[in-house]
Design a protein around this ligand. Structure first.
Ligand code: ZN
Length: 319
């Protein structure tokens, strides 16, 4: 029997690294998870990733042949160099070259949001689309741009940093050093900031009252909003208002067929989508009205980037 052609995907996140062996249909033959935070030194991390990946490859060697490795990681440039990523303490690392020391397979690298775009395009709701955007709403906010069927990387590989569009002059302090970035409002941490501000200012009663700030995160806010808490619902509405406006601005630049929302905060579903949709449609230039679909991703947020990393490898490395 002919062996299956598979790709290895690696999604290096600030908290968790996910690895998978993926077949042509997006099916995971094997997968593994590694806590990134346990590795303050990149060399130790690389060794561990290589050891786990080798074990996974050995386990399927009878039935499948791996053709390449795709890697998704935040803050990576077009050459595969990591430039002091915000959530990892490794400094500047030549990721592609360092990992190539462990593998005889070809390696392709892209940032996590571009990988999510590739995953959506290959296996998700963007199948068959030529022009779309993906906005990742997690601890931070990122974006992927697909133009004429290709992920648009930009001159340096940094295109689509939607999280750092300034939406509020002199607004909230961003971890990038500037103020008023979209990410400080519509990320999981941005939602929390909105809730804490509302709790400090608002006289409305909330089921969140009495909880200390450390006890509240986006999941807790989601639960309270789902249970009908007006303050939590208002925080989602405010988040959606700011996001919808930003997306309408992106529409004027890219004229996409659809915009997909991806990441932890997108799991709030209608609570976030409804107010976002409303402001989005109201803010759109007439040329685009009714023409751009706003959708939640169809791929599970845990698997999106690793799936996209595999799709990247398949596109760039298979022959
Ligand atoms: Zn910023």
């Amino acid at each position: 029997m002919a062996k299956k052609s598979i790709m290895a995907g690696i999604d290096i996140g600030g908290t968790t690294t996910r690895m998978a062996l993926i077949d042509e249909n997006g099916y995971f033959l094997k997968e593994a998870v590694l806590p990134t935070q346990n590795f303050p030194l990149f060399d130790d991390f690389a060794q561990e990733v290589a050891a786990i990946m080798q074990r996974l490859l050995d386990e399927v060697s009878e039935e499948a042949t791996c053709q390449g490795i795709g890697i998704a990681v935040p803050s990576v440039d077009a050459a595969g160099r990591l430039e002091s990523p915000a959530n990892l303490d490794w400094g500047t690392v030549d990721l592609k070259a360092e990992l190539a020391k462990f593998f005889s397979l070809p390696i392709a690298v892209t940032n996590d949001a571009n990988a999510a775009a590739l995953g959506e395009m290959t296996y998700g709701g963007a199948r068959g689309m030529q022009n779309f955007l993906i906005v990742t709403l997690g601890t931070g906010v990122g974006g992927g741009v697909v133009i004429d069927g290709h992920v648009y990387a930009g001159q340096n590989g940094f295109a689509g940093e939607f999280g750092h569009i300034i939406v509020e002059p002199d607004g909230r302090q961003c971890r990038c050093g500037r103020r008023g970035c979209l990410e400080t409002y519509v990320s999981a941490t941005g939602l929390l900031r909105t809730v804490l501000e509302m709790m400090a200012k608002d006289l409305r009663k909330s089921s969140l009252d009495g909880l200390s700030a450390e006890k509240i995160d986006s999941k807790v806010i989601y639960q309270h909003a789902s249970n009908g808490d007006p303050l939590a619902i208002a925080a989602f509405a405010e988040t959606g208002r700011i996001l919808g406006q930003a997306l309408a601005n992106l529409a004027a630049i890219f004229d996409p067929e659809a915009i997909f929302l991806f990441g932890g905060l997108a799991e709030a579903g209608e609570l976030l989508l409804k107010p976002t949709q409303q402001t989005f449609e109201n803010s759109l230039l007439y040329l685009y009205k009714g023409r751009i679909a706003l959708r939640l991703t169809q791929i599970s947020q845990n698997r999106g980037a690793v799936l996209g990393a595999g799709a990247l490898a398949r596109r760039r490395l298979s022959h």
